[in-house]
Design a protein around this ligand. Structure first.
Ligand code: PLP
Length: 398
């Protein structure tokens, strides 16, 4: 079976956040610009998803969704065969997205003013959700070693206190794509167990891991760790279904689950019919699509890393073992960060995410979304090459 990830699909004027808001957010024209910011893909999902939508439209009625068993079974089967994670369907609670899901957990398991530990720089919605809920962001800055991020275990004990109630873990990590090893996760979870810190493990990028790396599900480390963990999983990143706003909170500990479900009910939340159906279609029929997607993303990543470092002297691409979000350190470039951003956004007309939004340590970085046809990556590189020509000339003369 072949999948056409090279196909350019015009997403303009479809209420796409990535395309239709880039002019307002970045001053990058949707007619001539390239959106490499928010994390969705410019690819069609597996055919089964759109076939389901067509069948649904042909029937035509979209009342409340009932009976989540096929959805739960699809998740259970996926997590078992792709991640070796054995889940009881009863552990699954449907929530309207991973971010709303962990916001509910923050509300249920901490009080205003309590601390939530994160490893920064990290996905910008972590800090936003923590602060919007009146909790304190406790940032442990990741350390760069051998071109990858590492957790600073030595500094952790001094950072937390008795009011640090939750760890919000990003695994695999966004940005940078770090896939945490079993040893790292074990050390971190033991640290949390000793201090009564609840672990919220956001594993939304778990399927987008490249060959040679293995994602370890936090809750598989031990019974004790599982009993202290809420895992978030979704088909949204894997299969490009983010607009359906559907995710799963997986909780094996009945007490934690009861409290979490109470919070979900307190907000009157229920399943999104199309989100559930899309998830089932993707998990049940999308595996070959995903197997084809991964090498395509990896190829884009390699091409981009090589091209960008050649185009901008001093720029350093963090080579990512997972995700499609390339994290680029501009601190070695002989220009002010503002000027680098100006050249990429305004002159090259490429919208990216700026690193400062990801917290401490991200200030000199830019994040580029590479989930687009390779021809678009090449186009972006050509533009970047053009607007940094003077730096390369200087470097050659120097
Ligand atoms: C680590 C991480 N968690 C959650 C999300 C968003 O999840 P959702 O759209 O389900 O809220 C993203 C999106 O980029 C992400 O990178």
């Amino acid at each position: 079976m072949t999948f056409d990830f090279d196909r350019i699909i015009d997403r303009r004027n479809t209420n796409s956040l990535k395309w239709d808001l880039m002019e307002a957010r970045y001053g990058v024209s949707k007619d001539t610009g390239i959106p490499m910011w928010v994390a969705d893909m410019d690819f069609l999902p597996p055919d089964a998803v759109n076939e389901m939508l067509q069948a649904n439209a042909a029937h035509g009625i979209n009342g409340y969704y009932g009976d989540e068993s096929s959805y739960q079974n699809a998740i259970v089967s996926w997590l078992d065969r792709r991640h070796g994670y054995t889940v009881d369907p009863a552990w699954i609670t449907t929530v309207p997205g991973v971010v709303p899901g962990y916001s509910l957990a923050i509300q249920a398991f901490s009080e205003p003013g309590d601390g939530v530990l994160v490893f920064s720089p990290v996905y910008h919605a972590f800090g936003r959700a923590i602060e919007a809920n009146g909790r304190k962001v406790v940032e442990s800055e990741l350390v760069q070693r051998d071109g990858q991020y590492h957790m600073d275990f030595e500094g952790l004990a001094d950072l937390v206190d008795e009011r640090t109630k939750i760890l919000l873990l990003c695994s695999p990590h966004n940005p940078g794509g770090r896939v945490w090893t079993e040893e790292e996760l074990r050390e971190l979870c033991d640290f949390c167990l000793k201090r009564n810190i609840l672990i919220i493990s956001d594993e939304v990028h778990h399927d987008l891991v490249f060959d040679g790396h293995r994602h370890v599900v936090t809750a598989t480390l031990s019974e004790e760790i599982a009993a202290n963990t809420i895992t978030f999983a979704a088909a949204s990143k894997t299969f490009n279904l983010a607009g359906f706003m559907t995710a799963a909170a997986i909780i094996s500990n009945p007490e934690i689950r009861r409290k979490y479900v109470r919070q979900v009910h307190a907000c009157g939340l229920g399943p999104n019919r199309l989100g559930i159906l899309a998830t089932v279609a993707a998990y049940d029929h999308g595996e070959l699509w995903l197997e084809a997607l991964l090498p395509y993303l990896k190829h884009n990543e390699e091409r981009f890393a090589e091209g960008l470092e050649a185009a901008i002297p001093g720029a350093k691409v963090m080579r990512m073992p997972s995700t499609y979000l390339s994290w680029v350190d501009m601190s070695g470039v002989d220009l002010e960060f503002k000027e680098i951003v100006n050249r990429i956004e305004q002159e090259a007309q490429i919208a990216t995410n700026l690193g400062a939004a990801f917290g401490k340590g991200g200030e000199q970085f830019m994040r580029f979304n590479l989930a687009c046809p390779t021809s678009v990556v090449k186009d972006a590189l050509g533009r970047i090459e053009h607007v940094f020509e003077d730096l390369r000339t200087q470097a050659t003369i120097g």
